[in-house]
Design a binder for this molecule. Sequence first.
Ligand code: ADP
Ligand code: MG
Length: 222
Amino acid sequence: LENQLTEFEKNRSLASLSAGIAHEIRNPLTTARGFLQLFEQRCEPEDKEFVELTIRELDRIHTLLQDFMGMARPDDESLEFVDIRDVTYSVYQFLRPEASLCGVLLNYKVPSTCVYLSVQENRIKQVLINLLQNAVHACDKDGVVDIVLQEFADHVTITIRDNGCGISDMHHLFRPFQTTKSNGTGLGMFVSKHIIEAHRGHLQVDSTVGEGTTVTVYLPRS
Ligand code: ADP
Ligand code: MG
């Protein structure tokens, strides 16, 4: 137990240090991006392309930090007692434009009565956004993504199911920086697992190449 405890402490201070650095990088990044945008309006036309490229690169750093900061400071954000249906609904609404842009049908199913849980709301939102984005991006045409909330005696599950390409390399799924996307960070699953485990829950992934993927988030009720 002692070993586990020190390991936990070590991870926690590492997470907190990384989060602090990520946060400090974000501010000057925002400033630099703002000035570049101004510069873009008055630079020589033949230079515009390079300014745009630089802005895109800065945006990449921003996404990386955003994905990474989710695992930061596990104890900083306090638990909130929320109807988890509201959380899933806001994430569903948030992802609808992106899904429709990709030609993916997004279905949403929740119980008809309140499902209260104590969670770090923004962190859980971040997990669900990443899982839904992964599902949408895995889909080809005729893509369908279901988000289903279910209630059990001692836990709640949120299932995200897609009929996309499936995951060929399950071994590397939770490893940081493992991505198959040109603009991916490979931090989404790593950070999501960390957040769900900090809630004393777990993630289950079932996938068949060519058929689709089901990710289930288990969250305990107390
Ligand atoms: P990113 O989305 O930035 O690539 P993630 O950690 O969220 O990083 O996902 C890592 C990789 O796992 C993705 O690049 C993709 O190859 C694979 N993956 C995750 N979810 C799915 C899914 N629902 N269907 C197919 N592949 C997936
Ligand atoms: Mg992702």
